[in-house]
Design a binder for this molecule. Structure first.
Ligand SMILES: [Zn+2]
Length: 569
C-alpha cells in the first residue's frame, strides 16, 4: 500500500510534456508511480478537476536571514514553493568573523531593504565559516527545502577586513588565494554557487557601493579557480552590464568551467539593453558553455502605501513631520486634519524624490482586491486624475487612505518600460532563460514579488487580456524542472518515479492572488509586505503535507539541500 495516492488529477509532470489525467502515488517521501488506476494508498486525495504539479523551485530569494528564524519561510511557502535558493546577488551572512556581523547587516539592509533591527535581532550569527553556516541551517526543519550560495560581499569582507567593504580596493595575491580556497571549501560543503553584484543599484545602508561592484579580473578569476577546483556550483551575477562587464563575468565562468546565471530585467533608462545581454548569453551557449538569464514573469512591483518604505509623499516635509508617529497615529491625524492633507498635496519645489514621484503618476496604479500585474495606462493615477478633474496627488492620497489607510499603489519599476508585458513574454519564452527575479525575503518594505509563482499561472495561463497567453505545461515546467535544472537539482521538479515527492494540488479555476498587505511580524516587530493566495489545495514536501487549503499545516519536512542532486529515475 502506498503512503499517499493523489487520484485522477490533471497531471503536469514538470517536463513541459502534455497534461494527462492520472494518479500520483507517493512512498517514503518519493514519487512511487504515475499512471492510471494505481493501487490503494493509506491516504487518498480525490484530485479530479485539479492540477497536480511538482512543487515550485524558486532559485532567486534572499531568505539568508529569515531561514534561520522562520521555519515557515513565508510568503514563498504560501505560493506552492517547496525549494528556495538564497545567497543571491553577492549578499548574505557567511563567512563572518566574530563581532563583524554589523557590516553584513548594513550591506543586506542597504542592498535588499531588510531592516537592520530585524536582522540584528533575528540572526544569531553563531557561525563563522560558510560550512558552519550550512550546519546552522541544517539544524532546523522547515516547511520548504532551502539551499544557500556563497556571497561575494561577505567573502570579500571576511578576507580583506574593512578594506573589503571598499569596492575600489584591490586584494593582493595572498588574499585572492584565500578567497579561492574559501570558495572551494563552501562549494564542497554544499553551497549551490558563488554570487556577485556589479550594479550601482546596490548600496550598503551607509551609502557605499556594494563591495564587489568593481572587483577586478584578477579577483574574479582567482575565485573562479576555487570554483574549478571544487568542480561544482553556479556563478550567479547581478550586473548593470556596462561595457566589458559581461565579458569579465563570462571569462570567470569559463575559467571556472561552471554555469553563468545572470539576473536580467528591462530597465527604463536602457530599455533595449536586456536584449544585448541575452544575445551575449546565447553566444556563450553556442560556444558550448552553460549560461542562462534569470528573468521575471511580471514587473518588479513597487508597492506604495502609507506604511511602506516609498510612496509619493514619503519625502514631503509635511510627511516627515509625522515620522515619529505610529502608522495608526499617522493615519488618524491624516484623516482628521484637512489642512495637513492640503499641505501634502502641494509638491515641494526642487525636492528629488518628490519630483520623481510627481513625474511617475502615469505609471502608478491602484491595487485592487485582485492585483493586476499588467495594468493599462488608462487606469493610472494620472489618467484617473485627468478624468475626474483632480490632481494626481489628490487621487494617490485618497487611494492610499482607503481601507483605513491600507490602500496600495503599484509602480511597475522594471520590465515595464513600454507599459505592457510583451517584453516579459519574449523573456520567458526564450530558451536561454529561467525564472528568477522574485526576491522572496528581500525588499520587504517595497515589493512582494515572492508571489510570482502564483501569478505566473494565473496571469500567463488564464487571465491575460493584453496579449498572448502561454500553455500551463510550459509555465509549470518553467517554475519546476527549468529552475531545478539550472542548479542541478535533478532529484526534484518532475513528477516521475524516484523523484522527491514535492507536489502541488491546485484548484486552477480558484487560483488567485490576494491584495498585498503590510504586517509587523518580523523579529523586533519589523515590518514587511506579504501576499496570500487562494487555490492551493495541497502542497507536499517529501510526501508531507505542508499546505492545506492555502494554510500552512505546521509540518516541517524541509531540509537543507547541499549542492547539486542526481536524478533519481
Ligand atoms: Zn537578488
Amino acid at each position: 500500500m502506498f503512503d499517499l495516492v493523489i487520484r485522477n488529477g490533471t497531471v503536469f509532470d514538470g517536463s513541459g510534456g502534455p497534461r494527462c489525467v492520472a494518479d500520483v502515488a507517493v512512498q517514503d517521501g518519493k514519487i512511487a508511480a504515475v499512471g492510471p488506476g494505481l493501487g490503494a494508498g493509506r491516504r487518498e486525495i480525490d484530485a479530479a478537476g485539479l492540477v497536480v504539479a511538482p512543487g515550485f523551485v524558486d532559485i532567486h530569494t534572499h531568505y539568508d536571514g529569515q531561514a534561520t528564524w522562520d521555519p515557515f519561510v513565508t510568503p514563498s511557502s504560501w505560493h506552492g514553493v517547496t525549494t528556495t535558493v538564497f545567497g543571491n546577488c553577492g549578499v548574505g551572512f557567511a563567512p563572518v568573523r566574530p563581532g563583524a556581523s554589523g557590516y553584513l547587516i548594513n550591506l543586506m539592509e542597504g542592498v535588499e531593504d531588510i531592516p537592520g533591527t530585524v536582522l540584528s535581532e533575528g540572526v544569531k550569527f553563531d557561525w563563522e565559516s560558510f560550512p558552519q553556516y550550512l550546519d546552522a541551517l541544517d539544524s532546523m526543519r522547515r516547511a520548504v527545502d532551502v539551499a544557500a550560495q556563497l556571497p561575494h560581499g561577505a567573502l570579500r569582507f571576511y578576507v580583506m577586513g574593512e578594506r573589503g567593504a571598499e569596492h575600489a580596493e584591490v586584494p593582493d595575491e595572498r588574499e585572492i588565494e584565500k578567497m579561492a580556497r574559501l570558495t572551494e571549501q563552501a562549494l564542497r560543503a554544499g553551497a549551490m554557487g558563488f554570487t556577485t553584484s556589479r550594479t550601482t543599484k546596490h548600496k550598503a545602508r551607509d551609502g557605499r557601493f556594494t563591495p564587489s561592484l568593481s572587483a577586478r579580473e584578477s579577483e574574479l578569476l582567482g575565485i573562479a579557480r576555487g570554483m574549478k577546483r571544487a568542480g561544482r556550483g553556479v556563478l550567479q551575477v547581478n550586473s548593470d552590464f556596462g561595457p566589458g562587464e559581461f565579458e569579465a563575468l563570462e571569462a570567470a565562468a569559463a575559467e571556472a568551467g561552471r554555469p553563468l546565471s545572470c539576473l536580467l530585467v528591462q530597465v527604463d533608462a536602457q530599455p533595449k539593453l536586456w536584449r544585448e545581454t541575452l544575445d551575449q548569453i546565447h553566444g556563450v551557449r553556442r560556444a558550448g558553455r552553460a549560461a542562462n538569464a534569470q528573468v521575471g514573469s511580471r514587473p518588479i512591483g513597487v508597492m506604495m502605501g502609507l506604511e511602506t518604505t516609498a510612496h509619493p509623499f514619503a519625502a514631503h516635509p509635511a510627511w516627515l513631520e509625522m515620522r515619529r508617529l505610529s502608522p495608526a497615529e499617522r493615519y488618524t491625524r491624516l484623516a482628521a486634519d484637512g489642512e495637513l492633507r492640503r499641505r501634502l498635496l502641494e509638491t515641494p519645489a526642487g525636492d528629488g524624490p518628490s519630483a520623481f514621484m510627481a513625474q511617475s503618476f502615469h505609471k502608478m496604479f491602484p491595487v485592487g482586491d485582485r492585483p493586476d500585474y499588467e495594468p493599462d495606462a488608462e487606469n493610472s493615477i494620472a489618467a484617473i486624475a485627468q478624468r475626474s478633474g483632480r490632481t494626481p496627488q489628490a487621487v494617490a492620497l485618497e487611494e492610499m487612505m482607503a481601507l483605513g489607510g491600507k490602500g496600495l499603489l503599484m509602480l511597475p519599476f522594471e520590465n515595464y518600460a513600454y507599459g505592457s508585458l510583451d517584453v516579459v513574454h519574449e523573456m520567458i519564452t526564450d530558451p536561454a532563460t529561467v525564472l528568477g527575479v522574485a526576491d522572496g525575503g528581500a525588499h520587504v518594505g517595497v515589493i512582494c514579488d515572492a508571489s510570482s509563482p502564483t501569478s505566473l499561472l494565473t496571469l500567463w495561463g488564464r487571465d491575460r487580456t493584453r496579449g498572448p497567453k502561454l500553455p500551463l505545461e510550459f509555465l509549470i515546467a518553467k517554475q519546476t524542472r527549468g529552475t531545478a535544472e539550472a542548479y542541478g537539482l535533478l532529484d526534484r521538479g518532475l513528477l516521475a518515479p524516484g523523484h522527491k515527492a514535492d507536489i502541488n494540488v491546485i484548484d486552477f479555476d480558484a487560483l488567485s492572488l490576494k491584495r498585498p498587505e503590510v504586517v509587523y511580524d518580523l523579529p523586533a516587530g519589523g515590518r514587511r509586505l506579504i501576499q496570500r493566495a487562494t487555490g492551493y489545495r495541497h502542497t507536499f514536501n517529501a510526501g508531507v503535507e505542508t499546505v492545506h487549503n492555502d494554510e500552512l499545516t505546521g509540518e516541517r519536512p524541509g531540509r537543507l539541500v547541499r549542492g547539486a542532486q542526481v536524478s533519481l529515475s
